[in-house]
Design a protein around this ligand. Structure first.
Ligand code: THG
Length: 853
């Protein structure tokens, strides 16, 4: 039966039922009805406790299911949304969880079976409804105590276990984890479901359905839809979904987005419109059916149904619609490593390097360690923030220190930073040699983190067992090249262990290769031992072998380990790291634990020093170590130490501006920009000449692999700061000339890049155009609405990444649909003349113009 529904969904859109609560309300039940005979003397008010009705008014629940089955629902939901111990405690009914769920499942089971029997061609299914409870694992209920939670992962998953066990015993076909406002709560539910499946010896299909609570398309705990999806991609869900919160109309852009991303079926069951002033959902069956038909006709859904305010009349129309259209085809799961915190990063082959901030590590930073020991988590969080601001795309968090309760420190720190969106945005790497610290961490992180690390040092059995748990939590994993006989320090040992670990993880633990990160051990060089002369080169050779022989893995390492012999000499260490990374990245290393604030450019290192470092790394000269130490002791580069990195401060303003842009340093950028602009009649010249020249250099360096993406992003951020500082001057230089025409500008949905667009916007402003800049991640519907509302003379779209092209086609089609005739201007790195001509021109009948620069 359970495989049947997967099969059925390949060819058919299935219909889920409508609201339970709305129909219960229509019975206008009184307190005495809720209580029935059974709970007549219960010591707490029961009105509103819909779940208890399974025991006290089973006929009413039976009747509601019957109406939905009659209407044509393929799947009916048990009346158990709040039937867990946490929620039922509000009514002092927590002692009846098992009974309520079992009974609810039985009521639905019997009806579904009898309908299936009477028409075997239309099998009916029962989904056990699991609500989110009113508590959140990711959000503190007390703003003064960001690390505080009113429930733990274990307590919540225990409560879910009890509920799910009863539902399974009662005979449900599907586990439906719905109205997810906090992804960590849903993780606890899925974790419990897996435990139940293990206990019962059978696995049921699972659906997880999120509810979006803001217009940015995020859930309450701040995750984007893409991150929400990424969190569950390790599990073979029957379907991912969206329910509640919005009506079918408002849900459109989010359904579209999920439909383009999800490798699962997609289930939607919106409310009957938005609530009116009385909180009632009034969209009629016909109105809502038209919107649902729009989804079906576009083939972007697999399961349709209704949430708040929907009735059997709605479902009847949905059932008719579902017969007319083919279901959506799920997207193939990619081979890219995807990670997420509140936001998702997709480490595809176009990204040459991901940097992981090393400073939130008690053994790697004295400052961090002191703060954690003092219990000053707030200031410790600033170190995390600094890492992210300096370009870390992941942060490595380590609390392993002899005098610290690492488990406790890890959980407090994680909960603390969970309420800092500019930190929690990025995925975490949990760095510990204590397995308990890792499992505690996994229970306190929403999104998809990296476990750092597993190794074969305790043998295969322990390795596989831990790997399976990591898989269950959906994390990626770093494998250190250690085995039963210790650390791999030669090329041969590194690749032997890497290959062995890869094959065990993929064949015995079911981990996908893209979720494996191999760390071939960066070891300290120049330590005086003969072995250390080979460490760097063997690492780089191992990287190349792994890249060529272990498909789809990532390769990482603790880069700062390399230069331990030069502790305290930060500028020389930074130079060594830069040269090392330049070669390791070329060989295929795509991630590294680094201090992102201290990355320097390969090209900026004095050639003589670069050559000496390369002699050391590749063991090219007998006395290479000596030469390096000599250089350090005598050269200006070292003598100046930090000063060398700040030498540019004495340069002429235009050179300073250029340096700051290329290096992504925002410290003096406003001051320098304003200074230079004040000498110009037309401040725009500063952008057109100096700034664009610097940004072109960044582009060239990036193209040559001499800058990593995070560095480019840092440069772009500084560019933006500079442009913002110029804005008031530019506005002033235009005087009070009246603005004549309006242009709508937007970076399309799914894309956040807007530096280029902002520059274009300034240039246009200087030419007497009123620019209405809608910002980034703008849905097509919004672009068109604003264009109509403002009677715009043109729409200009920008996009930097490839998926944006697809979105632009969508905008063009939307403009055509709404009968716009104004020019559509297209720009941004991902776009081209060819794309504009072949993909956009045919879709839109107004002028379509590609803007190169
Ligand atoms: N592989 C994996 N994980 C790792 C490592 C690795 N985690 C830890 C470590 N190695 C990577 N992290 C660091 C962090 C800091 C330093 C080195 C490696 C470092 N810190 C300065 C020092 O000790 O001199 C601290 C200076 C200060 O106190 O500010 O060098 O290889 N998977």
């Amino acid at each position: 039966m359970t495989g049947a529904i997967f099969q059925l969904l390949k060819n058919k859109i299935l219909v889920l039922d409508g609201a339970m609560g709305t129909l219960i309300q229509s019975h206008k039940l009184k307190e005495a009805d809720y209580r029935g005979d059974r709970f007549a003397s219960h010591n707490k008010v029961l009105s509103g406790c819909n779940d208890v009705l399974n025991l006290t008014q089973p006929d009413i629940i039976d009747g509601i299911h019957t109406r939905y089955l009659e209407a044509g629902a393929d799947i009916i939901e048990t009346n158990t949304f709040n039937a867990n111990a946490v929620s039922l405690a509000d009514y002092k009914m927590e002692g009846h969880v098992y009974e309520i769920n079992f009974q609810a499942a039985q009521i639905a089971r019997k009806l579904a079976d009898s309908y299936t029997q009477s028409n075997p061609l239309k099998p009916r299914f029962v989904a056990g409804s699991i609500g989110p409870t009113s508590r959140s694992l990711s959000i503190s209920p007390d703003i003064n105590k960001p690390e505080y939670r009113n429930i733990t992962f274990d307590a919540l998953s225990d409560a879910y276990f009890e509920q799910i066990k009863a539902l399974v015993d009662g005979g449900v076909d599907i586990i439906l984890i719905e109205t997810v406002f906090d992804t960590l709560n849903a993780k606890a539910a899925l974790y419990a479901a897996c435990k139940v499946f293990e206990a019962c010896g059978k696995e049921l299909p699972v659906i997880i359905s999120a509810t979006i609570t803001d217009n940015a398309g995020r859930n309450l705990s701040g995750q984007t839809l893409e991150a929400f999806l990424c969190t569950f991609e390790h599990y073979p869900l029957l379907s991912i979904g969206l329910n509640c919160a919005f009506g079918a109309k408002e849900m459109y852009p989010y359904v579209k987005e999920l439909s383009e991303l999800a490798s699962f079926n997609l289930c939607i069951y919106p409310n009957a419109g938005l609530p009116d002033e009385a909180g009632k959902y009034n969209e009629t069956p016909q109105e809502m059916a038209a919107l649902i038909e729009n989804y079906c006709s576009k083939n972007i859904v697999n399961i349709i149904g209704g949430c708040c305010g929907t009735t059997p009349e709605h479902i009847k129309l949905f059932a008719e619609i579902s017969e007319k259209y083919k279901p959506r085809q799920p997207v193939a799961l990619s081979n890219d490593l995807k990670l997420c915190g509140l936001e998702c990063i997709n480490i595809h082959s176009g990204i040459n390097f991901v940097n992981i901030g090393e400073r939130t590590n008690v053994t790697g930073s004295k400052k961090f360690s002191e703060l954690i020991e003092k219990g000053d988590f707030k200031t410790a969080a600033e170190i995390a923030r600094n890492q992210v601001m300096s370009g870390a795309q992941v942060i490595d968090i380590c609390m392993d220190a002899p005098l610290l309760d690492a488990r406790q420190a890890m959980v407090i720190f994680l909960n603390h930073i969970a309420s800092e969106p500019d930190i929690a945005r990025v995925p975490y790497m949990i760095d510990s040699s204590d397995w308990n610290v890792i499992t505690d961490a996994l229970k306190n992180i929403q999104g998809k983190p990296i476990v750092n690390s597993l190794s074969l040092k305790d043998g295969e059995a322990a390795f596989i067992e831990k790997a399976k748990l990591i898989k269950q939590f959906g994390a990626a994993v770093v494998v250190m090249c250690f085995d039963e006989s210790g650390q791999a320090d030669t090329f041969e040992r590194k690749i032997q262990i890497a290959g062995r670990a890869y094959s065990l993880l993929t064949t015995k633990a079911g981990i996908l290769p893209q979720n494996i990160i191999i760390d071939p051990n960066v070891l300290a060089i120049c330590t005086g031992t003969n072995e250390s002369r080979y460490y760097a080169h063997d690492f780089i050779k191992a990287v190349r072998w792994i890249r060529e022989n272990l498909p789809h893995v990532s390769i990482s390492g603790g880069v700062s380990n390399l230069s331990f012999a030069f502790r305290g000499k930060d500028s020389i260490r930074a130079a060594m790291h830069a040269v090392f990374l330049y070669h390791a990245i070329k060989a295929g290393m795509n991630m590294g634990i680094v201090n992102p604030a201290q990355l320097v450019l390969y090209d900026e290192i004095p050639p003589a020093l670069r050559e000496i470092i390369e002699d050391v790394l590749f063991n090219r000269k007998e006395n290479a170590d000596e030469l390096l130490i000599n250089y350090i002791n005598t050269s200006e580069y070292f003598l100046k130490n930090h000063a060398v990195l700040e030498e540019w401060i004495g340069w002429a303003p235009a050179d300073r501006l250029r340096h700051a842009l290329i290096h992504g340093i925002d410290k003096y950028i406003v001051e320098d920009t304003l200074n230079l602009a004040s000498a110009l009649k037309n401040p725009v010249e500063l952008i057109e000449k100096n700034m664009m020249e610097a940004m072109n250099t960044v582009g060239v360096l990036f193209g040559e692999g001499k800058m990593f993406l995070p560095q480019v992003v840092k440069s772009a951020k500084v560019m933006k700061t500079a442009v913002n500082a110029l804005m008031p001057l530019i506005n002033k230089s235009q005087g009070t000339m009246a603005m004549k025409d309006k242009i709508i500008m937007a970076t399309v949905k799914g894309d956040v890049h807007d530096i280029g667009k902002n520059i274009v916007s300034i240039v246009l402003s200087c030419n007497n155009v009123t620019v209405i800049d809608l910002g980034v991640m703008v849905p097509a519907e919004k672009v068109v609405e604003e264009a109509l509302k403002n009677n715009a003379m043109a729409v200009a779209l920008s996009g930097l990444i490839t998926p944006s092209l697809h979105e632009m086609v969508h905008v063009a089609a939307e403009m055509e649909k709404r009968k716009l005739k104004i020019p559509l201007l297209i720009g941004g790195a991902a776009t081209s003349k060819k794309f504009t001509a072949l993909k956009l021109y045919p879709v839109y009948s107004g002028p379509v113009i590609y803007i190169k620069d």
